[in-house]
Design a protein around this ligand. Structure first.
Ligand code: ZN
Length: 218
């Protein structure tokens, strides 16, 4: 069996456990939950997260089928398709919160920092598209002082990238601006720590000032 065939087998077997409800107690409860969400959904929150395999949104927030409307894309960037997805969910389901969820050690952010330091031919125009979305947030951080503390630089870059996406959601759509102005929608940012599993919500002051490395509230 090739590696690809083995991967496909694991996906198929996992779905069979999920669909049958025979995997474990959680699988059974999901069967019940699934039945109650066939005809409609009311996700209470919308999350734009990174595609990183270590940050599965429903798992890190301990939520179930129908709870979250999730958009995942490398680097949790906001391009027109993400914006459209958020508009759809906010307008259609009345979800009350949009959270942009970045994470420590984000490969898309690291890759963008690397690209800014050593401009090289991008591996593909599609990957370049993502890096170009992240660049405006992290480029101002590349100072000689910060280069000396790589850990702090990466941490600041992850936060700045989340702040940028939050700002783009807040000011890039008439639909969202209307919902925010009427108090029906809150757009905020958070950073998930791969080591602790905790999500730090970013302070308003930080979001308003992309590039700042002020601390956040827990
Ligand atoms: Zn990532």
């Amino acid at each position: 069996m090739t590696k690809s065939q083995d991967a496909l087998r694991r996906l198929r077997e996992g779905n069979e456990r999920f669909a049958s409800g025979k995997g474990n107690a959680d699988a059974f409860l999901r069967c019940v939950r699934r039945a109650s969400t066939v005809s409609s959904q009311e996700p209470f929150a919308i999350v734009i997260g990174c595609s990183d395999s270590r940050v599965p949104v429903e798992i890190v927030f301990d939520q179930d089928l129908g709870d979250l409307f999730v958009i995942r894309v490398a680097g949790n960037i906001v391009s027109p398709s993400q914006l459209g997805s958020v508009e759809y969910a906010a307008a259609e389901f009345g979800s009350a919160v949009v959270m942009v969820l970045g994470h420590t050690g984000c490969g898309a952010v690291l890759g963008t920092l690397e690209r800014l330091r050593r401009p090289a031919a991008a591996r593909s125009p599609h990957m370049r598209f993502i890096a170009e979305r992240i660049e405006p947030a992290v480029a101002p951080l590349l100072t000689a002082q910060r280069e000396q503390d790589r850990g702090a630089l990466i941490q600041a870059a992850v936060r700045a990238n989340v702040c940028q996406s939050v700002e783009q959601l807040r000011h890039g759509s008439e639909i969202l601006e209307g919902l925010i102005a009427s108090g029906q929608l809150l757009v905020m940012g958070g950073v998930y720590d791969l080591g602790t599993g905790r999500i730090e919500l970013l302070e308003e002051a930080e979001v308003e000032l992309p590039g700042s490395i002020k601390g956040g509230l827990a």
